[in-house]
Design a protein around this ligand. Structure first.
Ligand SMILES: Cc1cc2nc3c(=O)[nH]c(=O)nc-3n(C[C@H](O)[C@H](O)[C@H](O)COP(=O)(O)OP(=O)(O)OC[C@H]3O[C@@H](n4cnc5c(N)ncnc54)[C@H](O)[C@@H]3O)c2cc1C
Length: 459
């Protein structure tokens, strides 16, 4: 079983590495090993039937196209957002790569419309209110593919890779890498597969495994951070200005009490709140929205996240995030906790009765009414309250008693694996890419990272 290149993980990073290799060096023998299922077999029963069947591995985060297939498919067309590639690539080149990757997504059927480019009175007034309330609005063009269209788009890519001769083995998680005399020689999955070059692109789902590999094979890492918070759901009417103009409100706030950095993230107009599962059953909250109006809900959701970075001697931010998620799961029977903002402020549990009379109807219907103050550390709770206060001054109504909070949302950012030029690690022939390597945090940058490795391996 000898290959030229083995790619571990068929998310955007792995896919773009493969696409580039196929284009530039079609003679190379390429193997992709993926823990999850092919795209046509990825069905989230929770989204289809309303009841989570706890599939293993989770169909939301694993399978062809990784966390991309069921993602909202917002392509953030900025070199500043979605990862740290600007530490590795100079600004002009990175901007050109963003355009290039965008054109590849367009060629596979992404929607032509780009949000956030126009300047009008609504945008000007919004920007003014944001500044007046000590927030910062990060403006960036966004192309919205939409959850259901992402699936079609990646289906085309999967077929193209297979017909170009790339061998993809699904339900085949890699357990270890083989290193001989300081150079990579292959991987161990259901059996040994050998190759002179290996690309690890295991995503957030594989972040724990990537850490394990780093420890076992002495790869140098830097400690990353972890973002912890809640998902907020309001009626569309509250966020209409953003939804119609810039589509996504990326707002950053430094809280008055702790001076902590809190941000809004992953804004979903007419969207749905969703649960996703990490590491055998750990339920955390997320959100998405569809492209076609027939699937739209009457609500908008977005995350409010507090960034947590730790100093010596603590080196386990992912474990810290997991611990908080586990605590929430313990109280809710492995489901997502939902709480009305009025109850959150008063420190009392939301009950079914109060939820039933709420004007904002939850889009995640199996969330368990509960009390997030039993889960979140005081500092994070206060940061969230202060952020909601600032947001309410910009978008009156966010601070309403009836606003819904879902918890917990945790963004596990992997430890950052040290790499040289071309994203090669200290082990010759071993490359790392994407969210799992701590280098990226979004579809566009993960795709660029894969593409650059594809180019390096084509030399
Ligand atoms: C619900 C949701 C919505 C999102 N929405 C957006 C959005 O709108 N815009 C945006 O820019 N980003 C979004 N993201 C983030 C985006 O999906 C990720 O940044 C991106 O997919 C990262 O790409 P990746 O290739 O690094 O990793 P992933 O996409 O996570 O892919 C990694 C793959 O590796 C596989 N794997 C893991 N371990 C192993 C192993 N040991 N062996 C073999 N295979 C393994 C996994 O099964 C997975 O398929 C969203 C994420 C989620 C979960």
């Amino acid at each position: 079983m000898q290959y030229d290149v083995i790619i571990v993980g068929a998310g955007p990073a792995g896919i773009f590495a493969a696409l580039e290799l196929v284009k530039k060096r079609p003679e190379k023998k390429i193997l992709m090993l993926e823990k999850g299922r092919p795209i046509e077999d990825r069905h989230c029963l929770k989204r289809e039937t309303g009841a989570c069947k706890k599939c293993r591995p989770c169909n939301i985060t694993t399978g062809f196209s990784g966390a991309g297939a069921y993602s909202d498919g917002k392509l953030i067309l900025s070199s500043e957002i979605g990862g740290f590639l600007n530490e590795y690539v100079d600004d002009d080149e990175l901007r050109a790569l963003v355009d290039h990757v965008d054109s590849v997504y367009l060629s596979y059927g992404a929607d032509e419309k780009v949000y956030g480019l126009g300047e009008n009175d609504t945008v000007r007034s919004l920007r003014q209110r944001v500044i007046q309330n000590n927030l910062r609005l990060v403006e960036s063009p966004i192309r919205h593919i939409g959850t259901e269209k992402c699936r079609d788009l990646y289906m085309i890519i999967q077929k193209e890779l297979v017909s170009s001769g790339v061998e993809i083995l699904f339900r085949n998680p890699v357990k270890d890498i083989i290193v001989e005399n300081g150079r990579v020689a292959g991987v161990v999955a259901d059996r040994e597969y050998r190759a002179g070059s290996v690309v690890l692109a295991a995503g957030r789902d594989g972040a724990g495994w990537m850490n394990e590999m780093s420890r076992k094979h002495d790869l140098k890492t830097r400690v990353g951070g972890v973002d912890i918070g809640v998902r907020i759901e309001v009626r569309n009417e509250i966020m209409e200005e953003v939804n119609r103009t810039i589509y996504e409100s990326k707002l950053i706030y430094y809280t008055p009490t702790f001076d902590d950095r809190v941000r809004t993230f992953c804004h979903n107009p007419s969207g749905y709140v969703a649960a996703e599962f990490y590491d055998r059953d750990l339920a955390v909250v997320n959100g998405h929205s569809y492209k076609s109006p027939e699937y739209w809900s009457g609500n908008t959701n977005f995350a409010v996240l507090v960034s947590n970075y730790f100093t010596d001697p603590f080196r386990e931010p992912i474990e810290y995030g997991r611990y908080i998620a586990r605590l929430a799961n313990m109280l809710s029977g492995n489901r997502i906790i939902i709480q009305r903002l009025g109850d959150f402020r008063r420190g009392r549990r939301t009950t079914q009765a109060r939820l039933k009379r709420n004007n904002v109807v939850p889009t995640l219907d199996d969330a368990v009414p509960g009390d997030l103050s039993l889960v979140l550390p005081y500092r994070i709770m206060l940061d969230i309250k202060e952020m909601i206060g600032a947001l309410d001054a910009v978008f009156p109504g966010i601070g309403s008693e009836e606003t819904l909070l879902y918890g917990v949302e945790v963004k596990f950012y992997s430890n950052i694996i040290s790499v040289g030029p071309d994203f090669e690690t200290g082990i010759k022939g071993l490359y790392v890419a994407g969210d799992g390597a701590g280098i990226t945090r979004g579809l566009v940058q993960a795709s660029i990272n894969g593409l650059l490795i594809g180019r390096a391996l084509s030399k």
